[in-house]
Design a binder for this molecule. Sequence first.
Ligand SMILES: NC(=O)c1ccc[n+]([C@@H]2O[C@H](COP(=O)([O-])OP(=O)(O)OC[C@H]3O[C@@H](n4cnc5c(N)ncnc54)[C@H](O)[C@@H]3O)[C@@H](O)[C@H]2O)c1
Length: 390
Amino acid sequence: MVSNSLSRESTALRSRTVVIGEQSFPYHFGEDCLTEIAAAIAALDPDTLVFVTDDTVRNRYSPEISRLAGGIPSITLSHSPGESMKTLTCLSAHLESALRAGITRRSVVVSFGGGVPGNLAGLMANLLFRGVRLVHIPTTTIAAMDSVLSLKQAINSGVGKNHLGTYYAPVAVFTDVRLFATLPERELRSGLCEMAKNCLAIDPSTLTAMRELVAKGLSAAPDSLLWLLDASIAAKSSVTREDTFERGTGLVLEYGHTVGHAIEISDHRVRGTAGISHGAAIAVGMLVAAHISHARGWLSDDEVGIHYELTTGLGVEPALPAAVSVEDVLAVVADDNKRGYLPVRPDSIPFVLLRALGRPERTGDLPLTAVSLTEIRAALDVIAATAEVG
Ligand SMILES: NC(=O)c1ccc[n+]([C@@H]2O[C@H](COP(=O)([O-])OP(=O)(O)OC[C@H]3O[C@@H](n4cnc5c(N)ncnc54)[C@H](O)[C@@H]3O)[C@@H](O)[C@H]2O)c1
């Protein structure tokens, strides 16, 4: 849950309080607000700042990182970008570097980057002296609109993604939407697709504004990004307010993810990091979910149409990537990690399906329902019949 009113803390920063279970933290956001962010960090009175970033972000934003540190002693820990950073090896090296630099319990770990440095920094802050203060400064839309609104901090094991993790809250999040100006188009759109998911599955009252913004092609403008960020914070917080671990009402955030993840994994197996972006894969996953709901007589033609309008308006091809077949997707879906949430037959998967926009079908308290692999195949066949993505 977030505070009802959008208050202005300074000329440049707006603030909302994010509540996740028993934890709460302020989320400050604005445009061209690095000076205000630096002042807020200084007000935490840290003895040292440990910036965690990746090489791309560090190379581009080194002067800004210095500006954020102000006169406070700081170290910057960086690694080549991407999932290879979310490993025990990198975590261990960063922890040793921070300790060798002489950090104390008064130090603050500051993530400056996307969801990858954010997750690594979250774990570091949790482990150092059994918990030092954590500040997130997300520089991707995925991080700003999604990962920093969760307490989940995780790295990958040799067996799978996000297997080693914990729940840990930041003391504050600061977003300057100007930092998104240098994002590659695919990264920018990826976060906006997650935002579209929130509008469709959680808060359809935002759909009129979202549709207008997408139709006018304004979604990358700073004012649009501020609005999208505010709506994201409100929507995501509304379902995690009483669900710290995202295992109850928060599971609605998985809308589009069962099939979306399977598409992402299948494409990345073939094309590596050049594969479909996370957000685009989730967008296609939402189309599959919408077709299944439609086949059950739940979503209307118009409601499915809105899914297509937003998806394509955000530049996502409503199709499977060329390297991915229906069989590839079904093979991954059959192993979906939501299996444990509901007792389902071996030929079915627990799935987030919408009865209407903003109204997920429930089983007990969970926004999940059993969907058969046959239903998923039928919806995938509709998508696969669309021109393939290169
Ligand atoms: N904790 C959660 O609940 C949660 C939620 C969503 C995602 N995640 C995690 O987040 C990660 C994905 O996040 P991401 O998409 O931000 O990935 P990322 O951190 O790898 O960033 C994507 C790319 O954008 C570049 N980049 C970052 N900021 C930039 C900027 N301002 N200008 C130019 N380039 C910039 C990075 O160098 C990187 O190459 C995944 O590991 C995922 O598991 C976690």
